[in-house]
Design a protein around this ligand. Structure first.
Ligand code: ASP
Ligand code: MG
Length: 416
């Protein structure tokens, strides 16, 4: 069995969906599970809807209309004749309008998951009907029927035991095609949870794990896993083959090709992951597996922008000791702020984190209750794996470096 994942960029419009069909058609020799994200930037739009509806208590009808109309437009290109999908899209529009009101007094994270999940529902319904129209029998199911999570909204933690059992209940027939949403799960109360932004890769890995698939393919708008983001580095090169360990390191440091949680379940069962170009489907792409032989062939560069460096120190100029640290970490955990880099000296503890406009002000306010807190915004965090000194010199030329850290294989800089 194979698991294919198509991200929002691969299904950003009708021609993306048509392309998905041509890829699927070439892979019907084995059972197939297709995982699809929300189309184009729908998730961002839904986040905006959440913000205005929950925070400002103002229903953003325009944005809801924009979202639905976008899907109607895509569907109009795919379904030239009258089709049930159009009624269904209307129904989704009504239920979304209802949901933004109904849950508006519930906590934000809960609200977010109930609303943002519409993106994947809309995309998979369209694709389900489109594949049927093109004579590809397929069974659509709600990801939450198989992927069971705890009630940690926006970052649902998978309950593997329940998910494995649910997968058995929804067994796949030989030769069948199953289609489901990325990013979504369900908790024991029956509510939708999401797995964290860009979580659809993780969905593919979870399904591969619970169904003992043979491989996962992530179809992307790049030729494979690159050693740098071409947006920032002009001569990005493809990593033809790397190990799970190396890929886990890269995604931990912020390489965005693969969601960081994706690799663990695959590594555990030794299921290879391929990253391939959805426009050049015959090309090799990248393979991530057990082979560590090629891990050090090329240096990799990972740049994170919009970073904030927060320096925390006790008011009385005492040392930063274990008790302080354990308290500081608990504050970060309370506000669900992920630490990208940390460094401490006698009197101060510094961390580099994403400058999240929602979380950071609250985090800083909470830290200020016990410590002196200073921060620097608009910073970049650069990580270089398998570096050499000449490379580093070139990279940080002309930059004001605030933090520098080096281990044997990894060099990191926070700079402006
Ligand atoms: N649609 C979700 C997001 O944009 C999940 C994904 O694309 O993987 O974050
Ligand atoms: Mg997406």
């Amino acid at each position: 069995m194979r698991v294919f994942k198509f991200g929002g960029a691969s299904v950003k419009d009708a021609s993306g969906v048509i392309n998905l069909l041509s890829i699927v058609k070439k892979h019907l020799d084995q059972p197939l599970i297709i995982v699809v994200s929300a189309m184009a930037k729908s998730t961002n739009l839904l986040e905006e809807i959440c913000d205005s509806c929950h925070e400002n208590k103002r229903i953003d009808n325009l944005a809801i209309e924009k979202l639905i109309n976008f899907h109607i437009e895509v569907a109009s290109e795919l379904f030239p004749h009258e089709h049930g999908i159009f009624t269904e899209l209307k129904e989704y529009s009504n239920s979304l309008n209802k949901a933004v009101h109904e849950y508006s007094d519930r906590p934000y994270d809960f609200y977010y998951d109930q609303i943002v999940s519409y993106g994947e529902m809309l995309s998979t319904r369209i694709i389900h009907y489109y594949l049927l129209q093109e004579k590809i029998e397929n069974r659509w199911f709600e990801a939450g029927d198989v992927i069971k999570t705890d009630a940690n909204y926006r970052e649902g933690k998978v309950d593997w035991e329940r998910s494995v059992k649910a997968a058995k209940d929804l067994a796949i027939k030989n030769g069948g095609v199953l289609l489901t949403q990325g990013f979504l799960g369900r908790n024991e109360d029956g509510y939708t949870t999401t797995l964290g932004r860009e979580g659809s890769d993780y969905t593919a890995a979870i399904l591969a794990y619970v169904y003992n698939a043979d491989e996962v393919v992530i179809w992307k708008d790049v030729p494979g896993m690159l050693n740098a983001d071409p947006q920032y580095f002009s001569d990005a090169k493809k990593l033809n083959e790397i190990s799970f360990k190396e890929a886990i390191e890269l995604s931990y440091y912020g390489a965005t090709v693969i969601h960081p949680k994706t690799l663990q379940p695959l590594k555990e069962k030794n299921l290879p992951l391929f990253v391939k170009s959805f426009v050049k489907m015959e090309d090799e792409g990248s393979k991530i597996g057990n082979n560590e032989k090629f891990d050090r062939l090329l240096p990799s560069y990972i740049l994170k922008e919009k970073q904030v460096l927060i320096s925390i120190s006790p008011h009385d100029l005492s040392f930063v000791v274990e008790e302080n640290l354990s308290h500081i970490f608990s504050v970060f955990s309370t506000f669900k702020v992920k630490i990208h880099l940390m460094q401490n000296s006698a009197l101060n503890f510094s961390v580099c984190v994403d400058d999240d406009k929602r979380k950071i002000p609250k985090l800083i306010a909470a830290l200020k209750e016990g410590y002196r807190v200073l921060f620097n915004k608009k910073l970049s965090l650069l990580t270089v794996r398998h570096y050499n000194e000449d490379l580093l010199e070139e990279l940080i030329k002309g930059k004001e470096v605030l933090v520098e850290q080096k281990t044997r294989f990894t060099a990191r800089f926070v700079y402006r």
